[in-house]
Design a protein around this ligand. Structure first.
Ligand code: AMP
Length: 190
């Protein structure tokens, strides 16, 4: 079992790199942002609840996210492992993830953290907003809030994994394939 946390600010390239990792390592993609957008598209109660936070660029409350992830992990069978994308985003989520993995006799193999300067993030998200259809990509104020929320609430999660000796940082600026090569060599060393 290979369970990877792909970590980084909004616009760091987590979605893009996740796709490549899944294709190469046959892992199950668990993107909490994608799951919320799916719920939103289906008009579920959870989707409507999440929308209030997503529209503001704020985090959906921990208990809501954790319950959704628990459900996804429990309902996934025959998996070679998970790639966690956009989760955990708070230390409480990271602790909850460790606890739920333990219940399934699993653990996090490592965290890969993509590092990208804020100015480049803003440019990338603006570009993505032209085609993603995501309202939270198209409003500069919301993008600013999301990056600030990342700095204030999500960055401490890197320390959580660092303290466990599981943090692997890489430069997230460059060619997609070159970044993927670096990610692969980390995954292969786990
Ligand atoms: P993303 O697609 O990962 O950029 O997530 C889009 C939005 O979904 C975020 O701005 C949050 O509002 C919400 N979201 C996604 N993942 C989480 C999470 N792990 N914790 C709290 N909120 C989340």
């Amino acid at each position: 079992m290979l369970n990877i946390v792909l970590f980084g600010p909004p616009g760091a390239g987590k979605g893009t790199q996740s796709e490549k990792i899944i294709a190469a390592y046959d892992l199950t993609h668990l993107s909490t942002g994608d799951l919320f957008r799916k719920h939103l598209g289906e008009g579920t109660e959870l989707g409507l609840l999440a929308k209030k936070y997503m529209d503001q660029g704020h985090l959906v409350p921990d208990e809501v996210v954790i319950k959704m992830v628990e459900h996804k992990i429990s309902s996934t069978t025959h998996s070679k492992g998970f790639i966690f994308d956009g989760f955990p985003r708070t230390t409480a989520q990271a602790e909850a993830l460790d606890a739920m993995l333990q219940e399934h006799d699993m653990h996090i193999s490592g965290m890969v953290a993509l590092e990208v300067p804020q100015e480049i993030l803003k440019e990338r998200i603006k570009e993505r907003g032209k085609t993603s259809g995501r309202s939270d990509d198209q409003d500069e104020e919301k993008v600013k809030t999301r990056i600030q929320v990342y700095v204030d609430e999500t960055l401490p999660v890197a320390n959580y994994y660092k303290n466990q000796g599981k943090l692997h940082q890489i430069n997230g600026v460059g060619k997609i394939d070159e970044i993927f090569t670096q990610i692969s060599s980390i995954i292969d060393s786990l």
